[in-house]
Design a protein around this ligand. Structure first.
Ligand SMILES: Cc1cc2nc3c(=O)[nH]c(=O)nc-3n(C[C@H](O)[C@H](O)[C@H](O)COP(=O)(O)OP(=O)(O)OC[C@H]3O[C@@H](n4cnc5c(N)ncnc54)[C@H](O)[C@@H]3O)c2cc1C
Length: 278
């Protein structure tokens, strides 16, 4: 609970929101959907800066990309026709596994990336699509990768304004393993594949909730590039994931269990993409 909140701001521009936040970061919190903020226990937060009126809640289509405002909710995003046109059922299916319907109607895309949760299904899926962030800080607007955002020191964290998705013709699959449908992931995997006929031209293999931040497994990506998308290649990818797995243990699962699950899911994701496309 935020027991010492004294001021509530509802700025109408990105610049104003960032300045309000930046002038007293240690006592301020940005508010998006509020699903994480509502659970915060802090006696130092005195100022809430609500992002609702910044105009960041729409989705647009450019010639070669899709641009979503950071305040678009997960439910609106998964059901959006532009998103479905570019990504088929990928986000519709993957994001149906995020929490509950009630939660997805509150939680935003920007608010899901910003807290840098290792187990975020949203972040794993975004990295697999090659999504980048438009952020705002003292230097103005910047286009950065999610990895750069995750490695920005806390005291320099910018405000996320938009997420840009390249429309580059990949096919995707997402796999999540959790104790119940409502629980957070023990492991999550998103795979993107670009095909030339049935040959893998390029791929993005992302594993999250390792329990560290979701990351791309480049050894797997490189290992299957140029191969035919078939059961043998899927099994090569499973072995490569197992051999190159980097993760850890926590109360939810051991590193060995995660290594096994991640390997199986990479294989299954590739087989699913093959089934969908070929
Ligand atoms: C019960 C429960 C179940 C969940 N299950 C899942 C799940 O299955 N899968 C999954 O992926 N996630 C899950 N989540 C996580 C959910 O995605 C996070 O709570 C996420 O933070 C939601 O975003 P929000 O818009 O509510 O953020 P808020 O709670 O408003 O904000 C979260 C943090 O991000 C900061 N922030 C928000 N917007 C921005 C911005 N534009 N720029 C910079 N900083 C910003 C805020 O200051 C705050 O620190 C679950 C959460 C809960 C509470």
């Amino acid at each position: 609970m935020l027991i010492n909140v004294k001021e509530y701001f509802k700025p109408t521009s990105v610049q104003e929101a960032f300045e309000l936040f930046n002038e007293d970061r240690s006592h301020s919190v940005l508010l998006a959907g509020g699903t994480t903020v509502a659970l915060m226990k802090s006696s130092t937060i005195e100022r809430i800066i609500d992002l609702e009126n910044l105009g960041l809640n729409s989705i647009a289509e450019n010639e070669d990309s899709v641009v979503a405002g950071a305040m678009v909710t997960i439910e609106d995003f998964r059901k959006n026709p532009i998103v479905q046109k570019h990504f088929g059922n990928f986000f519709f299916d993957a994001f149906s596994l995020v929490g509950s319907w009630q939660l997805r109607n509150m939680a935003t895309i920007g608010g899901s990336i910003a807290p840098r949760l290792g187990w975020s299904d949203v972040t794993t899926c975004l990295i697999a699509t090659g999504a980048r962030l438009i952020v705002y800080d003292e230097q103005g607007y910047k286009n950065i990768s999610i990895d750069e955002f995750n490695h920005t020191p806390k005291e320099k964290k910018p405000l996320i304004t938009n997420i840009i998705f390249p429309g580059d013709g990949y096919h995707y699959s997402f796999k999540k393993f959790s104790k119940s449908t409502f629980d957070i992931a023990i492991i999550n995997v998103a795979v993107g594949v670009k095909l030339n006929d049935d040959i893998i031209e390029d791929t993005r293999v992302v594993v999250g909730s390792r329990p560290q931040f979701p990351t791309r497994f480049s050894a797997v990506e490189e290992g299957i590039k140029g191969l035919k998308l078939d059961a043998t290649t899927a099994s090569i990818a499973r072995n490569l994931t197992f051999e190159n797995f980097e993760g850890g243990s926590n109360l939810k699962a051991s590193v060995e269990y995660r290594q096994h699950l991640a390997s199986m899911f990479v294989e299954r994701a590739l087989l699913e993409i093959r089934e969908m496309v070929l």
